[in-house]
Design a protein around this ligand. Structure first.
Ligand SMILES: [Fe+2]
Length: 246
């Protein structure tokens, strides 16, 4: 585990590991992404490849730790000063609890925080069951990009978000949703959720360097519309809470 950089932003949701999922394909793409992130003050990234057994069966906490260490070593060899931590983006589905019992719980930077997502147009029961199981085991679930969940009726989505928030689940928003590139609903919802102060974290969810500038634009839009403070709290202060949690 690298030391926590004394200054700078930490990206907590990133598909930077090369050749692992639908993120960066080569180390050159990883380095190009790091160079862009550094320009807006990032000093480190928690690498969170998709944990989605049907699509990426090799992605387990043990392998991701090894791949993160390998990328960190290659950065060090090239004299690139940028901190990397292991993590994962756990796709919630019917089998996710059994999967965690087999492979272990994929935490962010070996903390108790667990980044999750799901892709349904409704709110499946297994989502609540997975959150309840994680909380009962002493973990802190985070739901990634709730503004992207395809539930058409906003009131229904908000009821579910209120319920999981009351049970202790934290929410992470994606900067790019500010730009409209993820869709009109997402563009509206991230602004509403920011207005309602629902996000504990904001992140890039970067995949490849060619799509990173629009994500950086999204961050600038949050600064312009909601102020620098919320960006700094969600990208500097709270990620350090995760990194400092054993
Ligand atoms: Fe992601």
């Amino acid at each position: 585990m690298p030391p926590i950089p004394p200054t700078g932003r930490i990206d907590v949701h990133s598909h930077m590991l090369p050749g692992i999922d639908d993120g960066c394909e080569t180390i050159e793409e990883s380095i190009a992404s790091i160079n862009l992130l550094k320009q807006v003050g990032y000093t480190g990234t928690i690498c969170t490849p998709h944990l989605w057994p049907d699509m990426f069966p090799d992605n387990t906490p043990a392998n991701i730790q090894r791949w993160t260490d390998e990328l960190a070593a290659q950065l060090a060899d090239r004299g690139i000063d940028y901190a990397l931590w292991t993590g994962g983006e756990l796709r919630l589905d019917e089998d996710v609890i059994d999967w965690m019992k087999t492979h272990g719980v994929p935490t962010l930077a070996n903390s108790r925080y667990v980044l999750t997502d799901f892709w349904e147009d409704n709110w499946p029961k297994y989502v609540d069951q997975a959150f309840d199981w994680l909380i009962a085991q002493g973990y802190q679930p985070i739901l990634a990009h709730p503004e992207r969940i395809g539930i058409a009726k906003l009131d229904t989505l908000i009821e579910h978000l209120d319920a999981i928030t009351a049970r202790g689940v934290l929410l992470q928003g994606n900067f790019r949703c500010m730009t409209g590139e993820d869709g009109y609903l997402q563009d509206q919802r991230i602004r509403q959720f920011l207005t309602e102060d629902r996000y504990w974290l904001l992140a890039m969810d970067m995949h490849r360097p060619d799509a990173l500038p629009s994500r950086l634009d999204g961050m600038q839009m949050v600064v312009t519309e909601f102020g620098q403070n919320i960006v700094d709290i969600t990208t500097i202060q709270r990620p350090r809470t995760i990194l400092a949690t054993p």
